[in-house]
Design a protein around this ligand. Structure first.
Ligand SMILES: [Fe+2]
Length: 136
């Protein structure tokens, strides 16, 4: 799990390039998701970690193509990019598809009904709420 995490983290950081804000957000969401894994025995650690690291990978492309990082565009643009990055790391296709499903709905709860989705979704909400509180 550690090797996978390191490799996907490096891919994510390379893809986001200079965007420290997106990198830090992904790292924080991953940390919270990892914390939850200790209590969610039925979650699949690798899938959760991969989805947490890559969940916002569609933001730069959404901004480029649609001029907006609105949820629907992130959810549309994220999966193909995540799929490519995970294939480069040789992850199994089944896992790639599951992670892509999470990314495709990460702002739309209630569609993907899995523990893995819940863990990633809650971690993202937690970080977003903390950021909002800092701004308020
Ligand atoms: Fe996020």
């Amino acid at each position: 799990m550690e090797v996978l995490k390191d490799r996907l983290t490096r891919s994510m950081m390379e893809y986001f390039g200079q965007d420290e804000r997106l990198i830090q957000h992904a790292l924080r969401v991953t940390r919270y998701a990892e914390d939850s894994l200790r209590y969610e025995e039925s979650a699949d650690g690798d899938g959760v970690i991969a989805a947490a690291i890559l969940h916002d990978i569609g933001i730069p492309e959404a901004e480029r193509k649609h001029g907006s990082s609105a949820a629907e565009y992130q959810e549309l643009e994220g999966p193909p990019i995540a799929r490519e990055l995970m294939r480069q790391e040789g992850l199994p296709e089944r896992m790639i598809e599951e992670v892509c499903q999470i990314i495709a709905h990460h702002h739309t709860p209630g569609v993907v009904d899995t523990v893995n989705f819940e863990v990633v979704y809650r971690a993202d909400v937690k970080v977003n709420l903390e950021d909002k509180a800092l701004l308020a």
